[in-house]
Design a binder for this molecule. Structure first.
Ligand code: GLY
Ligand code: MN
Ligand code: MN
Length: 428
């Protein structure tokens, strides 16, 4: 079903962005349709930034912001196309539904852009966008149009318009979530946490990793969320020590733990949750020892995360605690070995439209501090890949999603059972 209207927040975000540099022109492109094989496409997902600024949900679009006005360029309506792929918004409807000042056919883009650049002092355009299928071709086309804009600027020989990267300006906006975004993430987290809880209850020896993936998908879809925010990781036993294991095709055995890292998207905002639990009913002692060390860190980070504290401080604290934890488990770091052998990733990352969301962690040697409205993951882990200890083959990650509030943080994934006792009680 096509949207009838979108929240006024989308327009407010465009206004905020333009305020950051009022004599600039901003140029953005939406996602393209991506061929999977021959005539089959991957499911379409809008480019995160394009969604953030428009709410527009069809491929092949562009957005130009200039002089305080928004120009949305969209695909035209086309009956022969609509027979196969369904109704499009088309040019006239797009401006009304997405509340832009103007809408144009995307076919007019090359003609309109140089006109719109008239009077602009600079252009923000992301070169080499990793989400573009052929970034070099698009960059060449856009840069040529920017060059063509020079005659509109008179005969002052002012040179080419400077082209700047919009990423830092967008990161500043996107890292602070507004109340609507928070509600979307809150629901993504709640549905995903309950889907994880469901897995915990039904998992038994003999099931396949893919059975858990299927059950997770089914649960979230039954609860109204249609896609996951990233490829889920369902890693039994030793597979949990491969950080981004996504084959998910092995049998789960008694005596193993399984690590599940999966999160559903709600209107493009994703949850990012990991739980690690026994395939059977109870943890073995070595598994329990490792699990409880990781949980201790996860709980301490929830206590420490608050406005004014930097991400780096939290990461450093997790490293300190995990290093002490390893020592108390009898694991001695030897020679060149560092904590990275057992904890090779960071404590977490911002979360939102992208699982690893927009936002700056440090700049020019200065750490950014947390502010109310930021959402970040809290995902300490310990992974024993080598043969050296009784913990060999154990991988544990415990990942929650935290909303930074005025006084501390809210654990958006609090519905998950986390202690050994809570998990074993749900499994028996
Ligand atoms: N699911 C990817 C991550 O935890 O960063
Ligand atoms: Mn994560
Ligand atoms: Mn994750």
């Amino acid at each position: 079903m096509l949207k009838q209207s979108v929240s006024p927040r989308f327009k407010a975000r465009r206004t905020e962005l333009m305020k950051k540099d009022s004599n600039a022109c901003f140029v953005f492109f939406g996602a393209e349709e991506l061929i999977r094989n021959y005539s089959v496409h991957f499911p379409f997902r809008q480019h995160s930034t394009f969604h953030y600024l428009t709410g527009y949900d069809e491929p092949g679009a562009a957005l130009v912001l200039v002089n305080g006005e928004s120009h949305l360029f969209v695909l035209e309506r086309d009956e022969s196309h609509e027979i196969w792929d369904g109704e499009r918004y088309g040019v006239d409807r797009a401006a009304k539904v997405f509340d832009t000042d103007f809408s144009h056919s995307i076919r007019k883009f090359n003609q309109k852009l140089p006109e719109l650049l008239r009077g602009a002092g600079k252009v923000y355009y992301l070169l080499n966008d990793r989400e573009c299928i052929h970034p070099a071709d698009r960059d060449q086309r856009v840069l040529k149009l920017i060059y063509e804009a020079i005659p509109f600027r008179g005969k002052g020989n002012l040179g080419n318009l400077p082209v700047l990267d919009p990423t830092p300006l967008l990161a500043d906006l996107r890292v602070l979530k507004d109340s609507e975004e928070i509600e979307l993430i809150r629901k993504a987290c709640s549905v995903s946490a309950n889907a994880h809880k469901h897995l915990l209850k039904i998992t038994k020896p003999g099931m396949l990793e893919s059975d858990l993936e299927t059950e997770f998908q089914y649960f979230v879809r039954k609860h109204g969320l249609m896609q996951l925010g990233y490829n889920p990781i369902v890693a039994g036993g030793m597979n949990a020590t491969t950080l981004h294991y996504v084959r998910n095709n092995e049998i789960l055995k008694e005596g193993q733990m399984v690590l599940v890292d999966a999160g559903a998207e709600n209107e493009l905002y994703t949850a990012d949750i990991t739980q690690t639990f026994p395939v059977g009913v109870t943890f073995f002692q070595a598994q329990k020892n490792v699990y409880e060390k990781v949980l201790e860190v996860n709980r301490e980070i929830i206590r420490l995360a608050k406005p004014g504290v930097s991400y780096r401080t939290l990461h450093d604290e997790s490293v300190k605690m995990l290093t002490e934890g390893l020592k108390s488990l009898g694991v001695v770091l030897s020679g060149q070995e560092s904590f990275r052998t057992y904890f090779p990733h960071g404590l977490g990352h911002y979360l939102g439209l992208d699982v690893h969301d927009a936002g700056i962690y440090h700049e020019q040697g200065k750490d950014y501090v947390l502010k109310p409205g930021m959402v970040m993951t809290n995902e300490p882990g310990l992974y024993f890949r080598g043969n050296e200890t009784e913990y060999q083959g154990i991988g544990v990650r415990i990942e929650d999603d935290l909303l930074i509030t005025e006084n501390g943080c809210e654990n958006l994934t609090h519905e998950l059972p986390r202690t050994v006792e809570e998990i074993e009680a749900l499994k028996s």
